[in-house]
Write a protein that binds this ligand. Structure first.
Ligand SMILES: *[C@@H]1O[C@H](CO)[C@@H](O)[C@H](O)[C@H]1NC(C)=O
Ligand SMILES: *[C@@H]1O[C@H](CO)[C@@H](O)[C@H](O)[C@H]1NC(C)=O
Length: 382
């Protein structure tokens, strides 16, 4: 991982004169891993763990899909796939753009493979274990706290179990696994966002939810260590988004006090919470780098990659905080009829919106974020 090479996008950005120092600081923060992805040795496969930000069809193809789930209906998928695929968006997700940028096929969903939906799949091409709604922690943790709206069957530990079931068909000894998996990119997340969303939605306080941060990060950290022990060498670990800018959270925690909002109209306390979580995650990743000096552990700064969209939406051709597809309300996000449910309508041009259904982002926003992360595109507003 060479940051000093003349081809490094970091260097070209450093040289670029600009008045927009804020945006440059953000770029600096997240470019640190780009050379790993862009460098000479490319990856031959992706293994992914996570939630709806990365689910490419697991819940959709699961043996007992929640048949009325809003993401399974049009207009989900309309922009790119032309039909619902189980992705919660109008098109591709960040993981799809990462796969494309590495010249790899879209990462197929494990439960779809199990259900015989992808006959041509070979384990060598990788697999996606991310499931809509998944949490980093097990449902038992939440039950003890009186939180009963958490799905039970697809936590990070369960996803890791699926991976362990598959691994022997790829390699059988630690040296062969290291060889085979050395050219794989492991995406661990985003995961953990739902561990906070379920309790917040049930009215748990910020003070209470903050106490879940350490266990969530422990769950992510121990998964990373196990994966490395089983042969993983390059792991990318995304943090949380600026959730105070999410139409879902803006609707849930609407406030009459202007002081609660920043200049972009986002809820300051929720963005602070996401920043707090991201800082803790990054310091844990630093610890892990010390423990596993031969692994490449990359922090993917989703927060700062997305932030310019919210700060300068019009500079990038976006419209702000309202969801593209929904059934009304100040942010077009009515939780009782999300995009895909009867009564929800999509605007004509999703490419102008950051939020797709209030909870998830549009393909245009995901592309913007992926480009900043992987391609290192200039993000200084015009
Ligand atoms: C969870 O998994 C168990 C065992 O595989 C299965 O019996 C159960 O139906 C699943 N529950 C849900 C909600 O999918
Ligand atoms: C690993 O061992 C199992 C059981 O002996 C076998 O079925 C599998 O094909 C082996 N995998 C590889 C990659 O050799």
């Amino acid at each position: 991982m060479d940051l000093s090479g003349s081809s490094s996008p970091l260097r070209s950005l450093e040289r670029r004169p600009s008045t927009e120092s804020l945006a440059l600081i953000h770029v600096f923060a997240l470019l640190s891993f780009i050379p790993c992805i862009r460098g000479g040795s490319s990856f031959s496969s992706i293994f992914s763990f996570g939630d709806s930000l990365a689910d490419t069809g697991n819940l959709y193809f699961s043996s007992q899909p929640p048949t009325s789930f809003h993401c399974f209906f049009p207009p989900n998928g309309q922009t790119y796939f032309g039909r619902p695929t189980g992705r919660c968006s109008d098109g591709r997700l960040i993981i799809d753009f990462i796969a494309e940028s590495l010249g790899l096929p879209f990462v197929k969903p494990y439960l779809g493979i199990k259900n015989g939906q992808f006959d041509d799949w070979k384990i060598e091409e990788g697999v996606n274990f991310a499931v809509v709604g998944a949490t980093a922690l097990d449902a038992d943790f939440f039950k003890e706290k009186g939180i009963h709206n958490v799905p039970t069957n697809d936590s990070l530990r369960i996803q890791l179990g699926w991976y362990k079931d598959l691994l022997p068909s790829l390699c059988n000894s630690s040296s062969s696994c290291k060889n085979v998996l050395g050219k794989s990119l492991f995406l661990i997340g985003e995961i953990g966002g739902n561990d906070f969303t379920y309790p917040f939605a049930l009215g748990k306080s910020l003070t209470e939810v903050k106490t879940y941060v350490a266990p969530v990060i422990n769950a992510i950290s121990s998964t990373i260590s196990e994966l490395i022990d089983m042969g993983a060498q390059t792991l990318m670990v995304p943090g949380n988004f600026p959730i105070g800018c999410s139409a879902f959270y803006l609707t849930l925690f609407q406030s009459k006090d202007e002081q609660d909002y920043d200049g972009a109209g986002c809820l300051k306390w929720l963005n602070k919470f996401a920043e707090y979580y991201n800082e803790k995650l990054q310091s844990e990743l630093n610890q892990l780098r010390g423990l596993h000096p031969h692994a490449i552990i990359i922090y993917a700064d989703y927060y700062n990659a997305a932030l310019p969209l919210y700060l300068y939406p019009t500079s990038f051709g976006f419209e702000g905080l309202r969801a593209c597809c929904g059934s009304g309300g100040p942010y077009n996000c009515n939780a009782s009829a999300l995009c895909g449910a009867p009564g929800a309508i999509a605007s004509d041009d999703p490419s102008k919106f950051i939020s797709w259904d209030g909870v998830h982002l549009t393909e245009a926003a995901y592309r913007f974020i992926a480009k900043r992360l992987v391609i290192g595109q200039d993000v200084v507003p015009k």
